[in-house]
Design a protein around this ligand. Structure first.
Ligand SMILES: [Zn+2]
Length: 290
């Protein structure tokens, strides 16, 4: 199986600063969709426009042909270069209303969700021209369209995009990798969002932001693994909260990290935010049912 020829995945490398101050190599995928006009799904971190524009020129297209930038959510590695892309191309910027505030005011995003090295990853705020909600269809021309699927959990305004023609599902950060650190605002919403994506018939390729393209059965396996991973974390957090001598959130986080066998440095505020969301669902020991 192959990726539909109109879709150009761009793997963008960057670095983050971990809680010990060390630099950690990461990557994020952005996607160009070629048609009469060009649609860009996510912009990558600050300065990623160079990689995006180089690819356009190498393939005989130009940055000015980007008519729309869809931001799957507000996080730095998705909106970091959005302002530069918009300035160079004159494109419109679209996102879900629940993440719009953090895109239009990056300083507020940093205040609400302190990511180390934030301003190395984000070149600035960008104005949003179009709000996308569940069920919206984005016409790509040539008989192709993208359906917007609201997949909250990773962030409240996270969206996935379904291109039925070609069976391509763009899931951004909605599906955590079993080997990775899950980042989410709400564990139950994350589970429900993945279950919804898992129910889509005809997925031939899963195009996420933090994984290689996954085809056919493998795409479904990745979704199942993501679900099991969230359930395991949820069970561990509930146990850790029960055995902690005080309801201190960082202490619950430390115990969770320990029991999951993760490096101690993972007991940081960003991951704590994810873990603690399980405490809102203490009445549900099995998130995958119901
Ligand atoms: Zn994200």
């Amino acid at each position: 199986m192959t990726i539909p020829s109109a879709i150009h995945p761009l793997k963008i490398p960057f670095e983050i600063i971990d809680p010990t101050g060390a630099s950690v190599p990461r990557f994020v995928y952005a996607y160009l969709i070629y048609g009469e006009e060009i649609t860009l799904i996510d912009s990558g971190v600050a300065s990623s426009e160079r990689i995006i524009f180089d690819h356009l020129r190498e393939t005989g297209r130009s940055p000015e042909e980007i008519s729309r930038l869809i931001l799957t959510h507000a996080h730095p590695d998705h909106m970091g270069a959005a302002r530069a892309v918009k300035e160079a191309s004159g494109c419109s910027v679209a996102c879900h209303p629940a993440d719009k505030g953090w895109i239009e005011d990056a300083g507020q995003q940093l205040a609400d969700r302190p990511v180390p090295g934030f301003w190395d990853l984000v070149a600035g705020s960008v104005g949003v021209d179009e709000e996308l909600v569940d069920g919206d269809r984005i016409d790509l021309g040539g008989g192709q369209d993208l359906e917007v699927i609201h997949t909250p959990g990773h962030s409240s305004g996270s969206i996935s995009l379904w291109m039925a023609e070609g069976g391509a599902l763009f899931s951004a950060d909605a599906i955590p990798l079993a080997r990775g650190m899950p980042i989410y605002d709400d564990v139950l919403s994350s589970v429900r969002s993945i279950q919804r994506l898992r129910g889509i018939e005809g997925v031939r390729v899963l195009l996420s932001a933090w994984d290689e393209p996954r085809f056919g059965e493998e795409a479904r396996r990745i979704m199942d693994e993501g679900l099991r991973h969230l359930q395991r974390i949820h069970a561990v957090v509930i146990r850790a909260a029960g055995s902690a001598p005080s309801p201190d959130k960082m202490e619950i986080c430390r115990r969770t990290v320990q029991e999951l066998g993760l490096p101690e440095a993972m007991a940081n505020p960003l991951n704590c935010r994810s873990f603690i969301s399980s405490l809102r669902h203490l009445d549900r020991s099995d998130l995958l049912r119901g």
